[in-house]
Each structure stands twice: as structure tokens, then as C-alpha cells.
Write a protein that binds this ligand. Structure first.
Ligand SMILES: [Zn+2]
Length: 93
């Protein structure tokens, strides 16, 4: 019984980790099912190795797309870390 509780708790932790990493809700559900059915360890590896989709990161406000080079940058960034251009001027105009 304790084993089952631990298994479910670890599975939920893996799902929370995937959510914090910026995965979409449908993917988080997938990782949760993977953890419950197979192993929380396998799901943790999958959640860590599979990068979250660009649209999911933008939807959750974890990233924004540079209007100059279309690369993802942090939402607080004033200057693009990829092309070095000013992001403040782009959003103001
Ligand atoms: Zn850029």
C-alpha cells in the first residue's frame, strides 16, 4: 500500500516538474500517465529530455519570440540573446 502511495506521489511530482518546465497541459497529462503506467523515473527522464514546445512556452508567458530573428527569448529580456537587437524598441513601435 505504501508503495502505491509513493508511486502516485512521485508521478504527481514528475507532472508538476513537467508543468514548471513549460510543457503544455496535454503533455503534462501524458507524462503523468507515463509515470503511473510505466515508471516515474522514465517519465522524469522524458520530461527532462523532451523540450517544451515553443507555443506552450509563449502561451504560459515563459518566453517571447524575437520579432527580428524569431528565436525564443526570456519574457523580461530587453535585448535579444540571439541576434542582439533591442526588443523594447520593437514592442513600442
Ligand atoms: Zn533576435
Amino acid at each position: 500500500m505504501l508503495y502505491i502511495i509513493l508511486w502516485v506521489a512521485l508521478s504527481v511530482l514528475v507532472a508538476l516538474y513537467a508543468l514548471a518546465r513549460g510543457h503544455s497541459y496535454i503533455n503534462v497529462l501524458g507524462f503523468l500517465l507515463l509515470a503511473l503506467v510505466f515508471s516515474p523515473l522514465i517519465a522524469l527522464l522524458a520530461a527532462a529530455l523532451i523540450p517544451p514546445s515553443e507555443t506552450s512556452l509563449i502561451d504560459k508567458g515563459l518566453a517571447k519570440k524575437c520579432p527580428h530573428c524569431a528565436e525564443l527569448v526570456k519574457p523580461e529580456a530587453d535585448v535579444c540573446s540571439h541576434c542582439g537587437r533591442d526588443l523594447m524598441a520593437a514592442s513600442a513601435s
